[in-house]
Design a protein around this ligand. Structure first.
Ligand SMILES: [Zn+2]
Length: 251
């Protein structure tokens, strides 16, 4: 039902290389990831609910039927988004926890090999053998686990995201997006419903496409064209089907 898949890994991923001396950079990157996921979630809400209400409006002019179908699409979509996000963030968290546990065990059972490994990783980053060894020794003394997680696995324990939070956020984003086509189809007079919804959805998709691309550092124009064409095709398809079924007497 979605034309854009929210970057689930991006939600969870954070800037592992940012040090704790630079809280601003780390916080900003994370906030941008959340914002981008939110915009894409809203995008899903706009397209899927618009497609449903326009399809029903093609078959019937009955406002109650359009409202009912739109609300069902909103609730179904929001729950499905939340569920997908919950499952995906949970499994990512499980993977990270398993890696953390493995690293902890290795540090306990073979500290010498682990120190050697950390030294090699810093040498690979460009430090001289002596400096790499010194860095590895000092980091191991300070917080061996955090040092290994950062350099070896690019995990920061403080950034492990709650699946409940991720699920809630994506459901809210979808709902916010879904409210636009619902309002656009229900508020105008009958003859204007579908054209106004079409225009409102296209305009909103141009904005969400551009914002998401900007946040993700991609080409704005290309993203706008893609989301707008995708959304327009969805609306034309469901309106066509609704009109056909309505003419056939199913409205
Ligand atoms: Zn290690």
């Amino acid at each position: 039902m979605s034309i854009c898949t929210p970057p689930r890994a991006a939600i969870v991923a954070c800037v592992a290389d940012a040090t704790h001396d630079e809280p601003h950079r780390e916080g900003l990157a994370q906030r941008l990831n959340w914002l981008r996921a939110g915009v894409l979630g809203a995008n899903d809400g706009i397209v899927s609910v618009a497609a449903v209400v326009v399809g029903v409006a093609g078959a019937t002019s009955h406002s109650g039927a359009i409202l009912l179908a739109g609300l069902a699409a909103l609730v179904g979509g929001a729950v499905s988004m939340a569920l997908g996000e919950y499952v995906s963030v949970s499994s990512q968290r499980d993977t990270e926890r398993a890696l953390i546990a493995k690293e902890r065990r290795e540090l306990r059972e073979m500290p010498a090999e682990e120190l050697e490994e950390l030294t090699d990783l810093y040498r690979a980053k460009g430090l001289s053998a002596d400096t790499a060894r010194q860095v590895a020794i000092e980091l191991t003394a300070h917080d061996a686990l955090a040092a290994h997680l950062e350099v070896e696995l690019k995990i920061d324990q403080a950034d492990v995201v709650s699946p409940w939070y991720a699920a809630f956020a994506s459901a809210v984003a979808f709902t916010v997006g879904a409210l636009l086509p619902l309002a656009a189809i229900l508020l105008p007079p009958e003859g204007w419903r579908v054209p106004i919804t079409f225009v409102a959805v296209i305009a909103a998709l141009a904005v969400t496409g551009a914002v998401a691309a900007h946040l993700g550092g991609a080409s704005r124009l290309r993203a706008m064209v893609r989301t707008v064409i995708g959304g327009a095709l969805a609306l034309v398809a469901t309106f066509g089907i609704g009109t056909l079924l309505g003419t056939a007497g199913l409205g």
